[in-house]
Write a protein that binds this ligand. Sequence first.
Ligand SMILES: C[S@@+](CC[C@H](N)C(=O)[O-])C[C@H]1O[C@@H](n2cnc3c(N)ncnc32)[C@H](O)[C@@H]1O
Length: 257
Amino acid sequence: VNAQQRLNYDRIAHIYDEPFRDHASDPHLARFLAERRDLEPGNLRVLDMGYGTGKQLSANRGDYPAALLVGRDLFRGMLAHARKRGPDVCWFNGDSARAPFADASFDYITNQFSYPHVLNKSELWAETFRLLKPGGRFVLTNIDPWLMQDWAIYRYFPTALTRDFRDYLPTGQLVAALEQAGFAEVEVDYRHVYKDERLADVLAFVGLRARTSQLMAISDAEYDAGLAKVRADIAERGDDAPVSSHLCYITVQAQKG
Ligand SMILES: C[S@@+](CC[C@H](N)C(=O)[O-])C[C@H]1O[C@@H](n2cnc3c(N)ncnc32)[C@H](O)[C@@H]1O
């Protein structure tokens, strides 16, 4: 693993598969197909870049029994889980920024919570564009750290935000990079989640460090300092004291041709 790599998923593959990451069949794929009545379900080709433990493509299978579903993920530990979950999906191991498939192989490509881990992002956009068929669609989902600096995790672990400023792109720059790679009709949807969390729940969440790449990407000393701040807050204000938190999810949809 390259020293710049945000996180070695082989270290946490065995605990990554938590129920809160479960997926329904991809609603953006359903919308794409509703617009593209010309596409025969039997000819549909879908690629998931950075598939994790394979939940999205496996969830899609029931709705698209005849489609070719293909995944690519850098870490072999994730591949082992995905294979078990989806024996009828083609899982590949390797970097999404260099995917050895032929030009124009896919109708639809998704990238969910994975692009910040890819070191060469401009190669990733160029590769995604190359792999799509004309008329194909790319859908990316993630968070926007610039719009959620009030996230409880960033408040207690401020170097996680600094690290995310390095690994993520501000959404305007992401859109510009996709347009530069050749994509058209690039649209962004924002979903804001505001909540008050109990301090004890925050502690329980961040106590499982491997659950959140933000906590794995910082040093042990920075992680320990953040945990100590949560504990000190609990000592002062009690388990039930509220912590306000804000998350912003983005979905970016882009067309080829
Ligand atoms: C936060 S997980 C998201 C997994 C899945 N898409 C989900 O939403 O549950 C990030 C995934 O990106 C993968 N990954 C990291 N760097 C990658 C790269 N350069 N190319 C492909 N996959 C990569 C990791 O192995 C991991 O499975």
